[in-house]
Design a protein around this ligand. Structure first.
Ligand SMILES: Cc1ncc(COP(=O)(O)O)c(C=O)c1O
Length: 358
């Protein structure tokens, strides 16, 4: 008899079996076997020479993916949120003014983080599915005179890719740092940090990079120093995902994501479904938002597709909740074969799910 009052949990005494699933939501996406295998390599110490070398390789990979020569380029341990918090906390002091572009949940989230550190938060806000012109951004910079301007490159809650050109110059004209969240877009659509005058940028590992969640690439304008026992095996996975991106080539990766997304959009329109983002050039290639089919309960559609096809797609988030279905085609999941699968699943779901009379 054990003297312990809390016994070993019965559930942990059983083996655990993880089902194979096609992950076509807004993330995480599937992890290619090569990346999973990298993560299963032997553990090293965080200060061992080999780990330092892997971290240097990761740094070069991130510099390539971000298109930056910035020396302060590294992987933060944690999800995209960790990089987001790290970027905002290290670029703003309490009482300083920050301007945040809100066209979905990620701008809202950045505003909450900045408020918590006691910054003076001002926002420019547009409706879900929209984006800002450079004139609107300049007017706001002139009015609020912030030290940091935050913009989401790929707004995964609404499916919008924000234009970046010219905004870095505007920020610098007003003596302000340009901070970009490219968690849902990096590798899937063009962005060149140095050329576009971006001072701070971050992404996550679990979207186009296809690495397991847990590391978040970030590049700073010559600030910050960070040290702890890093998640070594996640570094292996991130290193391998950056190697795949380097072998593929950024331009080829952007091109493939664009072509596959356009093929998907055409298929959706042929089925009679409507895309949520009206402006074609503002459609994010990595995450497509589809207007929730009228008369249906979107939860029944996503549930049917999961149950019948073992494919994950998702509903809206934040300002798009209840309004859209979201389908992610990221990294290795960005293929015409996956588009055909998800179109077939959607068509079948529309036949079998309950349609109310409206
Ligand atoms: C644009 C954007 N920013 C930040 C995040 C947060 O990343 P994570 O879920 O890895 O914390 C996400 C996640 O979906 C995102 O799409």
């Amino acid at each position: 008899m054990s003297a312990l009052s809390v016994l070993p949990p019965e559930c942990l005494l059983q083996p655990f079996i993880v089902p194979k699933r096609l992950m076509l939501g807004p993330g995480p996406s599937n992890v290619p076997a090569r990346i999973s295998a990298a993560g299963a390599q032997p553990m090293l110490g965080h200060l061992h020479a080999e780990t330092i070398e892997i971290m240097n390789q990761i740094k070069s990979g991130i510099q390539y993916a971000f298109q930056t020569q910035n020396r302060v380029t590294l992987a933060v341990s944690g999800p995209g949120h960790a990089a987001m918090e790290c970027a905002i906390f290290n670029s703003l002091e309490p009482g300083e003014s920050v301007l945040i572009a809100v066209n979905g949940i990620w701008g809202e989230r950045a505003a909450e983080i900045a408020e918590r550190i006691g910054a003076k938060v001002n926002t420019v806000v547009t409706s879900a599915g929209g984006y800002f012109t450079n004139e609107e951004i300049e007017q706001a910079l002139d009015k609020y005179r912030p030290v940091v301007f935050f913009l989401t490159h790929g707004e995964s809650s609404t499916g919008v890719v924000h234009p970046i050109d010219g905004i870095g110059d505007l920020c610098h004209k007003y003596n302000c740092l340009f901070l970009v969240d490219s968690v849902a877009a990096l590798g899937g659509t063009p962005i060149c940090m140095d050329e576009q005058g971006i001072d701070i940028m971050y992404t996550g590992s679990q979207k186009v990079l296809n690495a397991p969640p847990g590391t978040a690439p970030i590049s700073f304008s010559e600030r910050a120093c960070y040290h702890h026992t890093g998640p070594i095996t996640s570094f292996y996975g991130l290193r391998e995902s950056l190697a795949i991106l380097a072998e593929t080539g950024l331009e080829n990766s952007w091109k493939r994501h664009k072509e596959v997304a356009e093929y998907f959009h055409k298929g959706l329109e042929e089925m009679g479904l409507k895309l949520f983002v009206q402006d074609k050039k503002a459609r994010l290639p990595t995450v497509t938002t589809i207007v929730a089919p009228p008369g249906y309960d979107w939860r029944e559609i996503t549930g049917y597709i999961m149950k019948t096809y073992n494919i994950e797609i998702s509903g809206g988030l934040g300002p798009s909740a209840g309004m859209v279905l979201r389908v992610g085609l990221m990294g290795c999941n960005s293929s015409k074969a996956n588009v055909d699968l998800v179109l077939e699943a959607l068509a079948d779901a529309l036949k079998h799910c309950h349609k109310s009379r409206v």
